[in-house]
Write a protein of this length. Structure first.
Length: 208
């Protein structure tokens, strides 16, 4: 848990040393983060995560030892840590695999690194929306969507505000594919037919 007055601590794991250095400089230059570890592979990422207990982990999906394997292990051992997968690939299969591994975010390594601090802040904001790190109970009715993740609640809340997929993607610093994945998960978990029905159900349970 991040305490008042302490910068969020970030672990960087990437087998390409220049990339690690660039990411570390981008975060530290922004002065909203402190890099607690910078490692080249999955095994060292897991060891460093357990040792340092970072607030966020930036993991390269293709690093030796498998970034997704590291995500699975870190998520199991440190459920409060925010995991963001970084990759050069924008394939849907990689996105889905990252989400299944417990990732909270998915960023392309081709992004302008000047945007990285803001993107990381967006992925970490859910940490401050209640006490549970991965699961968020609905305000109106505990029976509604008990299994929705914090990110899915954010997406649903924006749908209720009539935001489009692209609007939500910009707001949450996600790809449009990631937003569609979250919407599909919301629809499935709420047992409704589409996003409009999910919004109607939310409004129904939110009524006093």
């Amino acid at each position: 848990m991040i305490t008042k007055g302490r910068l969020p601590r970030v672990l960087i794991a990437d087998d390409h040393a220049p990339s690690r250095d660039d990411i570390q400089r981008a975060l530290e230059r922004d002065q909203r983060f402190s890099v607690c570890a910078s490692v080249p592979d999955a095994a060292e990422a897991i060891q460093a995560a357990v040792r340092e207990r970072p607030d966020a982990c930036l993991l390269d999906i293709r690093m030796p030892g498998d970034g997704l394997a590291a995500a699975w292990e870190i998520a199991a051992r440190l459920p409060r840590a925010k995991i963001v997968i970084m990759t050069v690939s924008d394939r849907d299969a990689d996105l889905f695999a990252a989400l299944r591994a417990g990732a909270h975010g998915y960023l392309l390594k081709t992004m302008d690194l000047r945007r990285l601090p803001d993107a990381l802040v967006a992925h970490m904001l859910e940490q401050f929306r209640g006490h549970e790190p991965r699961w968020r109970q609905p305000v109106a009715d505990r029976s509604l969507g008990q299994r929705l993740t914090s990110r899915e609640w954010e997406v649903l809340a924006l749908l209720v505000q009539h935001q489009s997929t692209s609007d939500i993607a910009r707001r949450l610093m996600l790809s449009t594919v990631a937003v569609r994945v979250h919407i599909a998960a919301i629809v499935r978990k709420l047992g409704v037919s589409d996003r409009a029905a999910a919004v109607d159900l939310f409004r129904k349970h939110a009524e006093p």
